[in-house]
Write a protein that binds this ligand. Structure first.
Ligand code: ZN
Length: 130
């Protein structure tokens, strides 16, 4: 009989292995896993709706400001095991939507830009893979 903690760890392992599997399958298929795939799984139609759902689920206060235009230092996207992501200076990383080049780090909350989106740059060689 598993206790509560073991059940929770088992569930987390299943979710994690599912994420890895999808990323790996997509890589094998030559498909890049982007923020759009994450939105769809969460039932959101775009980044704004995704942030609202994610914030409610995690009870997070890390919501970007309503200002939609990105500001500050651009962040460069990269491919990471079949995923299109950008790595924040704080150590956090987020999926990137190639059709919505805004970045909001859930780890630091883009504190440097006053919780506003940062612009995203996708290098040509990465764009060629999408
Ligand atoms: Zn960050």
């Amino acid at each position: 009989m598993k206790n509560k903690k073991q059940k929770r760890n088992h569930a987390a392992d299943q979710i994690n292995s599912k994420l890895v599997t999808i990323a790996e399958v997509n890589k094998l298929k030559g498909k890049v896993f982007t923020a759009k795939d994450v939105y769809r799984r969460m039932g959101a139609k775009d980044m704004n709706q995704f942030r609202e759902i994610a914030a409610k689920k995690s009870h997070s206060l890390l919501m970007p400001a309503r200002e939609k235009k990105p500001i500050g230092k651009p962040i460069t996207a990269c491919l990471d095991y079949g995923r299109l992501i950008a790595k924040c200076e704080c150590g956090g990383a987020e999926y990137i939507d190639p059709d919505d080049l805004r970045f909001f780090c859930q780890s630091c909350g883009n504190i440097e830009t006053g919780r506003r989106y940062r612009p995203v740059i996708i290098p040509d060689e990465v764009m060629d893979e999408l």
